[in-house]
Design a protein around this ligand. Structure first.
Ligand code: IDP
Ligand code: MG
Length: 149
């Protein structure tokens, strides 16, 4: 099983979309193994988005992502990284597939409601930025034999 890091960004929290996002993750059959609301620090944000440090939008991205509470999750399941990216949709909501979170709830790249890691390596790195090992719960869900063959 694979793990990925998922965030409901501050715009998603402010717009009351936390339940909507969590509901989609749970209904798909993915398992939430860690969950927290907090306002992430500048230091965490800069580490999280380190790959974008040279981009013109970096400062506004860091200001936005640290501007208020966000919801952080570790999500586990078969192909969790790819499945979460498709649940979220393309970065620019205008290109997001119909039925994805970004297509259903967003219009602007800089206010695209959710984050999910783009590879298993990114997931391991991002989980390490946002969670301690002790905050991640390994458990079986009772429906697993009905979700997996
Ligand atoms: P991702 O969130 O789909 O992985 P990335 O390219 O990693 O997309 O960019 C990280 C975040 O930075 C995006 O989700 C978006 O909020 C923001 N971002 C990316 N490109 C732009 C841009 O061109 N203008 C403003 N914000 C951007
Ligand atoms: Mg990314």
């Amino acid at each position: 099983m694979e793990r990925t890091y998922v965030m409901v960004k501050p715009d998603g929290v402010q717009r009351g979309l936390v339940g909507e996002v969590i509901g989609r993750i749970e209904r798909r059959g993915l398992k939430i193994v860690a969950l927290r609301m907090n306002t992430i620090s500048q230091e965490q944000a800069k580490k999280h988005y380190a790959e974008h440090v040279q981009k013109p939008f970096f400062k506004s991205l860091i200001d936005f992502i640290t501007s208020g509470p966000s919801v952080s999750m570790v999500v586990e399941g078969k192909n969790a990284v790819a499945v979460m990216r498709s649940i979220n949709g393309a970065t620019n909501p205008v290109n997001a597939a119909t039925g994805s979170i970004r297509a259903d709830f967003a219009l602007d790249t800089g206010r695209n409601v959710v984050h999910a890691s783009d590879s298993p390596e990114s997931a391991a790195r991002e989980i390490g930025i946002h969670f301690r090992d002790a905050e991640i719960s390994g458990y079986s869900r009772i429906d697993e034999t009905w979700v997996y063959e």
